[in-house]
Design a binder for this molecule. Structure first.
Ligand code: PMP
Length: 440
């Protein structure tokens, strides 16, 4: 049963395990948005492998594509050697990048999002001959050394002493609990001032960076969509100063926010696009889209063994085709708006819901203490204890969701992009059960 498996897991694995503490189950099977545990309990899965399973669990087309690789006689992985499958995957993926990818090339970097972030940071340094990176508060880019160095959250950094030097953090224009105000206008002005007046000014002590790295919608940071104007201003300023703009689409990419890429909401073109999670259709794969003018590597400058996972390219290609051919972005955008409306109704009845935000099927629900005084930013104090309790109650009600943001105060929805309206209604029902069970 679940208990036995969890006890054995605790015996076998290190203390660093995190999900099992919050979601105590041993998975037996999964199909679509549903997970069944070894005790035959069913859960609506609004985590979807941390956003990797864009088509949900065990989609028949995805399984068939694995079967096709197995029967085709292709090797399971090929380093960075090419195959007809890799050729088709590359052509298709490139065609999805801005302007049909004509100005971009791809770099397969390895299995995980962090791999691709590392490669992007290294490349930006190589291209510019500079070493500084600007990143943002609340940003999440992965757990390897460089990726963690640009991650704007101190708690995982407690595990290691000494990060990559020359990373400077700027405030992300959060639209809630943010003294910069909605739309981040002051944030935009501050950043512009920073770029235009301080860089290379001997007296300011600030050196011009190699790159700016950001998420157009922060995920782990608590589901924070960046204001469109902010993204546009950053694009303009970085271009003017010869600073590369790296946009991390690991979580927000591939229709999650109701557009193919989250940066499309602002109509901008990044210099480097970081892709992982859904790009591999549920199997490990990470790829950079690099503007050709910045393809500064020479052979051997950046290698890695697992860059040629044929199964991941097959599941990735099937997933990308399904998403685009069925116009899933439009479906996701409409469902996101509907769901936010429904959650806003729930907020009227349950004022512990401080704010509902997000785009498409990347939605965050911030939990607050509505009986205490509002802070100077006009928000009730955050309630991380209640947020944790609600996650637990959701689990008991058969709903899997993750938390994010500062102290995990934001309940996050990241379901399969094929979730139906009926299943979203089940989500709402289970979520309300969790609120009621908390005595609210
Ligand atoms: N960037 C973003 C935006 C992410 O959300 C994540 C993972 N949650 C990563 C990078 C790191 O990816 P991985 O865990 O595959 O290394």
């Amino acid at each position: 049963n679940n208990e036995t498996y969890l006890a054995r897991q605790a015996e076998f694995e290190s203390n660093v395990r995190s999900y099992p503490r919050k979601l105590p189950l041993a998975i037996a099977q999964a199909n679509g948005v549903w997970i069944t545990d070894v005790d035959n309990n069913q859960y609506l899965d609004c985590l979807a492998g941390a956003g990797t399973l864009a088509l949900g669990h065990n989609h028949p087309d995805v399984l068939q594509s694995i079967q096709n690789v197995i029967t085709s006689g292709l090797p399971l992985h090929t380093l960075d050697l090419t195959t007809p499958l890799k050729d088709r995957f590359s052509e298709y993926l490139l065609s999805l990048l801005p302007a049909q990818g004509k100005e971009y090339c791809l770099q397969f970097t390895g299995p995980s999002g962090a791999d691709a972030v590392e490669a992007a940071l290294k490349l930006a340094k190589k291209v510019t001959g500079r070493s500084g990176i600007i990143s943002f508060s609340g940003g999440y880019h992965g757990m390897t050394h460089g990726a963690l160095s640009v991650t704007g959250n101190l708690s995982p950094k407690e595990a290691v002493d000494g990060m990559m030097p020359e990373v400077q953090f700027m405030p992300y224009p959060h639209q809630y609990r943010c003294p910069l105000g909605i739309g981040g206008d002051a944030g935009v002005k501050a950043l512009t001032y920073y770029f235009e007046n301080l860089i290379n000014d001997v007296e300011s002590g600030v050196r011009k960076p190699a790159a700016v790295i950001l998420e157009a919608v922060q995920g782990e940071g608590g589901v924070n969509p960046a204001p469109v104007e902010w993204l546009q201003r950053i694009r303009k300023v970085t271009k003017e100063h010869g600073i590369l703009l790296i946009v991390d689409e690991v979580q927000a990419g591939f229709c999650r926010t109701g557009k193919l890429f989250a940066f499309e909401h602002a109509g901008i073109e990044p210099d480097i696009i970081v892709m992982s999670k859904a790009v591999g259709g549920g199997l490990p794969l990470a790829v950079l889209g690099i503007k050709k003018e910045f393809d500064a590597w020479s052979p051997g400058h950046h290698t890695g063994t697992f860059r040629g996972n044929q199964l991941a390219m097959a599941t990735g290609l099937t997933t990308l085709k399904h998403l685009t051919e069925n116009k899933i972005a439009d479906k996701v955008a409409a469902q996101g708006e509907w769901l936010k409306g429904q959650l806003a109704e729930l907020q009227k009845r349950y004022p512990v819901i401080g704010q509902v935000r997000g785009l498409g099927l990347m939605i965050g629900i911030e939990i607050v203490k509505p009986n205490e005084a509002k802070d100077h930013m006009g928000c009730y104090p955050a309630d991380p204890e209640l947020s944790a309790l609600l996650q637990k109650n959701c689990f008991k009600a058969g709903l899997i969701l993750e938390r994010g943001g500062r102290n995990g105060v934001v309940l996050r929805l990241l379901p399969s992009l094929l979730i139906t309206n009926d299943e979203l209604a089940i989500f709402l029902d289970k979520f309300e059960q969790a609120l009621l069970a908390a005595g609210i």
